[in-house]
Design a protein around this ligand. Structure first.
Ligand code: ADP
Ligand code: ZN
Length: 723
């Protein structure tokens, strides 16, 4: 009996197998006959098979990956029509033209056509003459179309750009939300959803709205094999500049992305000092200045662009050899999109992110601005009411309005509030002739703030998701293992292989990995015990983190910080255990411990550091590990090799800091970075010409800033100080 059932199952499986083989063969023939392609791209064949098996399918592939074939080819092999939903008429037209050119019975129906044309196509549809019909989502509202679909066999509903149905995607289209109902009205044909961008949230929305049942899901094609990803932990702006310089020197052509205009300007200023030709691009520049910058970069007159994320929509320069992120981006999507502008020509390129944990605050500021609390929206509304004339109109710039809302208000939050009020129909905005500001009109001046139609739960939810995206971005910076794999994992693509070229992969194969001498191993074990002592121990190898890295390091170095004492941490046995180790060295050691998986960072907002099991074994059992041991005098710029006059240097630093204060607290290194001051204190040039031979002093600064420094140097040579 059992044997029989087993046999039966086997036979069925075998015939299923035969059917599959035959189906695949048919698909391959159709691929050659109708499309003229000799082979499927990696996941296309599996997708086509799943479509022919009438399963619900979700396909996530980057643009150009070959998604359309996944429904066009099966459409030819199945009975009935395949209904394709696409958001843009232009896109539809291209596809339909291409299909018709191949002799395939495809058509589209939309509002750009004459009524007679539409009727003719509806006829073709009813008579079963079409294999593919392309429509925009709003078409399902048309009674004539719905009726034409009744009673004809529908092979499948294919939904292109499926992320449009998610409010968390970047181009939400309300009509997409109704596609779930449209599907039901069509009698629930199998559904194929396709998109190039689907984070876990967007993906969940697609599954829910379309009610996909046990969908076969394919995520493929996101890996960029010619890109080497690197995430470098840096503590100071100056170290960031050192990394940028080495990127420019090694790769020449690239983009440096900054989070704010201010940092764009700081980087630009510094590049000037280094005589590195570049263009600057951010939203605060005039349209002219921006298009000029873009043009110069595109025409290859300049190799380096310093830009905020406003740059990049239109740039399509294939030979970008490096992309550097000067600051932490707000999400992995944003990061990958920007980093992905490197190496479009397929040649080896580098993406380096300069990660300083405290930079998260910049992103938090943006997140708060993009997600104002409902109370702020209310305040903005009340302020508008207060300043409206009898027509209900207000003529105030965002900055002026912000000031009127109250001190400490985030202007971005006010801007977003205006957007929310506009979208919910409470206000409208209009251009004012001859002025740069836009006016605001209250549509119903009598409305009370508490009557505002705000979707507060949705606002809260969006805020929560935005914050989560930032946390995932920071997780990526701390994640052990291959960077490319970690990124693909985030997008849902499983990749068995490590990339072999990111910083993590490179360190695994590096020749500078070694076991460490007795002294180094002892220091490592001390550092690990510092982490362990400040964790909660669960069992032999399990240490749950309780403190962040800064506190643990401060404790190991025996810092006098008040907060350590208040918490009683100075009484721990590990307090001061590495008293003699310079801060930079200990930091480098912690970086290495994290990169090699001895410690791990976890927790949102407060990042806590704990031991991994590997770390615990090294500490407790004396297991050996190969590390890239930090050099004792860790100095990323090599600046300590300069033999300079310490006294003079201190004077120059004082002058530099004072000048920074005079310039509205400009970052000090934009005057002169420490390295330049060290060169000055070493060479002691007496004239501007002499000084300009030193690295980092360009003609502009020689004129504007240098003279006061020369005075100090000259006075120092005479043995006195300047007043
Ligand atoms: P997507 O919709 O994912 O952006 P498309 O479906 O427009 O991508 O395909 C991108 C390009 O790749 C098209 O020019 C298409 O003809 C081509 N293509 C798709 N599949 C194959 C294949 N198996 N072999 C060769 N070219 C292909
Ligand atoms: Zn890798």
């Amino acid at each position: 009996m059992i044997a029989l059932a087993l046999f039966d199952g086997l036979r069925r499986a075998a015939s299923g197998f035969v059917w599959k083989v035959r189906m695949r063969e048919q698909a391959r023939q159709a691929l050659a006959r109708h499309f003229g392609f000799s082979a499927f791209r990696a996941p296309q064949e599996d997708i086509v098979t799943a479509v022919l098996e009438k399963r619900d399918v979700l396909v996530i592939m980057p643009t150009g990956g070959g998604k359309s074939l996944c429904y066009q080819l099966p459409a030819l092999l199945m009975e009935g029509v395949t209904v394709v939903v696409s958001p843009l008429i232009a896109l539809m037209k291209d596809q339909v033209d291409a299909l018709q050119a191949r002799g395939i019975a495809a058509a589209m129906i939309n509002s750009s056509q004459s009524w007679n044309d539409q009727l003719a196509i509806l006829d073709d549809l009813r008579e079963g003459r079409l294999k593919l019909i392309y429509v925009a989502p709003e078409r399902f509202r048309a009674e004539s179309f719905r009726r034409a679909l009744q009673g004809i066999p529908i092979a499948r509903l294919a939904i292109d750009e499926a992320h449009c149905l998610s409010q968390w995607g970047h181009d939400f289209r309300p009509d997409y939300l109704r596609l779930g109902e449209a599907r039901k009205a069509m009698g629930n044909p199998p559904c194929l959803a396709l998109t190039a961008t689907a984070t876990p949230e967007v993906r969940r929305d697609i599954l829910d709205t379309l009610e996909l049942s046990e969908p076969a899901t394919y995520v493929a094609g996101f890996s960029r094999k010619n890109l080497a990803f690197r995430i470098s932990r840096v503590e100071k702006d100056e170290h960031k500049m050192v990394r940028i310089k080495s990127l420019v020197e090694a790769h020449r052509t690239g983009i440096i992305y900054c989070a704010t205009r201010k940092s764009t300007e700081a980087v630009s200023e510094w590049l000037n000092c280094e005589h590195i030709d570049h263009v600057v691009y951010h939203g605060g520049l005039s349209d002219d200045a921006r298009s000029q910058a873009q043009e110069r970069f595109l025409r290859r007159e300049v190799g380096v662009a310093v830009a905020t994320n406003a740059f990049g929509m239109g740039i399509d320069r294939a030979d970008v050899r490096f992309v550097c992120h000067y600051e932490l981006p707000g999400s992995i999507e944003a990061y990958y999109q920007e980093a992905g502008r490197a190496g479009r020509d397929g040649k080896e390129s580098v993406c380096e992110l300069l990660f300083r944990p405290s930079d998260r605050r910049v992103q938090e500021f943006f997140l708060d601005g993009a997600n104002p609390p409902p109370a702020l929206v209310h305040q903005v509304f009340t302020t508008l009411k207060l300043h409206a004339d009898d027509q209900g109109e207000v003529l105030l710039s965002i900055d002026d309005l912000t000031a009127k809302v109250g001190p400490g208000t985030n202007p971005m939050g006010v801007g977003t509030s205006l957007g929310l009020l506009t979208r919910s129909g409470v206000i409208e905005r209009f251009d004012v002739a001859g002025q740069r500001i836009r006016g605001t009109r209250l549509k119903n001046p009598g409305m009370k703030a508490r009557e505002l139609p705000l979707d507060t739960p949705a606002m809260d939810e969006k805020r929560r998701r935005d914050y989560q995206k930032l946390e995932r971005m920071i997780d990526l910076c701390h994640a052990p293992g291959c960077r490319q794999q970690a990124i693909l994992r985030y997008f849902g693509e499983q990749s068995g292989e490590t990339c072999g070229k990111c910083d993590r992969c490179a360190r695994r194969s590096g020749s500078d990995l070694r076991e460490g001498n007795a002294e180094e191993v002892l220091q490592l074990r001390k550092a690990l015990s510092g982490v362990a002592r400040m964790s909660r121990r669960e069992d032999t190898y399990s240490f749950i983190p309780r403190f962040g890295r800064t506190k643990i390091m401060a404790c190991l170095r025996g810092s006098e910080r008040e907060d350590l004492k208040e918490a009683g941490l100075h009484e721990l046995s590990t307090y001061g255990l590495l008293k003699d180790m310079p801060q930079a060295h200990l930091r480098a050691l912690f970086d290495e411990m994290e990169a090699s998986g001895l410690i791990e960072t976890s927790g949102d907002e407060y990042r806590l550091v704990g031991l991994t099991e590997l770390g615990a074994r090294v500490m407790l059992d004396g297991d050996t590990v190969k590390l890239r041991w930090p050099a004792t005098a860790a100095s990323p710029s090599g600046e300590d090799e300069i033999d300079y006059d310490r006294h003079l240097y201190d004077e120059l630093v004082r002058l530099r800091n004072q000048m920074a204060r005079e310039r509205k607290n400009a970052p000090a290194y934009t005057i002169f970075p420490n390295r330049v001051l060290k060169h000055l204190a070493a060479k002691k040039p007496q004239t501007a010409a002499e000084a300009q031979e030193l690295p980092g002093i360009g003609p502009a600064k020689a004129k504007s800033i240098l003279p006061r420094f020369l005075k100090v140097i000259q006075a120092h040579a005479r043995g006195g100080a300047v007043a």
